[in-house]
Design a protein around this ligand. Structure first.
Ligand SMILES: Cc1ncc(COP(=O)(O)O)c(C=O)c1O
Length: 308
């Protein structure tokens, strides 16, 4: 996210699979994962206006929150480094304080200059409380606070830049959902005759309400059938799909978000959810840095690994 790279656009890659030919459905993937090596996908979009805002306010520290494998933590660390802003990650899980150097996400974030504060899971749940924030302010001084997952109004504004003029040709646009900020940005910049489908990677029905906080449009739906048991939960079916999809299309996907998204889209195609002639655009929102951490977990469980 250098100054020069502020107006980037992910290229659309056409997917060539026999099921798509059979069902007469076209699928392209918007390779937002390729727009930056470290601030990949929706993280680039979410951080763009937040970094500008922090600078405008003259704040030289960004404080944010995340789990041990958080894409947002990884991206914020690098964005802070290239913009000369100190970054502090409040990390869920006190147990990590002794062995975070073995965690690929955290060790990379540290290399990019991020400082950590490890907190217990119960303290982390209170991260938005006034008391907790006062403790952080006392410890780290005045700071620009970005919520977990990076979603706020400025993040949604950034995500409104994912779609470009050429994407008006698609009937359906699909994206992964965590907090819903990315989907809200996509909805806001879509045409009314386009259908936007969100695929949550976690369980729960709270997302519809969260997304409504950021959009007034109604051309969208949430499909809750492809979370694979919840956030960061995977199955051998999902891992096999990620490996198959990469082999066939040369598009790598991650196990937390985009793997579930592409699995869901192709399953819907298989089950005739889309009319023949439908043109689908899937947003690749990045997250590939998380594969290394997931592979460590899979290895411990003696399960098949994601091919890199
Ligand atoms: C790679 C990736 N894709 C999708 C999402 C979901 O985005 P959102 O939280 O805006 O719904 C995230 C989380 O921010 C992510 O890291």
């Amino acid at each position: 996210m250098g100054r020069k790279a502020f107006n980037v656009q992910g290229i659309n890659q056409k997917v060539d699979l026999s099921i798509l030919v059979e069902k007469q459905v076209a699928l392209s993937v918007k390779r937002e994962d390729l727009i930056h090596p470290f601030i990949s996908g929706n993280k680039y979009r979410k951080l763009k206006y937040n970094i500008l805002e922090a600078k405008q306010r003259g704040l030289d520290t960004i404080l944010t929150f995340g789990g041990a494998y958080s894409n947002h933590i990884a991206a914020t660390a690098y964005a802070g480094r290239i913009h000369g802003i100190r970054t502090i990650g409040v990390i869920r899980g006190e147990e990590l304080s002794g062995n975070w150097r073995h965690n690929p996400t955290l060790s990379q974030a540290y290399k990019h200059g991020m400082g950590f504060k490890f907190v217990s899971r119960s303290a982390y749940r209170e991260k938005s409380s006034r008391e907790f924030l006062e403790v952080l302010n006392k410890e780290f001084g005045s700071n620009y606070l970005i919520p977990e997952g990076g979603t706020n109004l400025l993040a949604v504004k950034g995500c409104e830049e994912i779609l470009s003029q050429e994407d008006r040709a698609f009937n359906v646009i699909c994206s992964s959902v965590g907090t819903g900020g990315t989907l809200a940005g996509i909805i806001n910049s879509s045409l009314r005759n386009q259908r936007i489908i969100g695929f949550p990677s976690l369980k729960g029905d709270f997302l519809r309400k969260d997304i409504c906080n950021f959009t007034t449009k109604e051309n969208w739906e949430i499909n809750t059938d492809y979370h694979f048991g919840g956030y960061a939960k995977v199955s051998e079916t999902l891992i096999d799909f990620i490996n198959y999809f990469k082999e066939k299309t040369h598009i790598p996907t991650d196990p937390v978000y985009t793997g579930k998204l592409l699995y869901g889209i192709l399953d819907l195609v298989k089950n005739d959810y889309f009319k023949p002639g439908t043109k689908i655009l899937a947003i690749h929102s990045g997250g590939l840095q998380g594969i290394a951490g997931m592979n460590l977990v899979l290895k411990k469980k003696n399960l098949r690994l994601i091919k890199v």
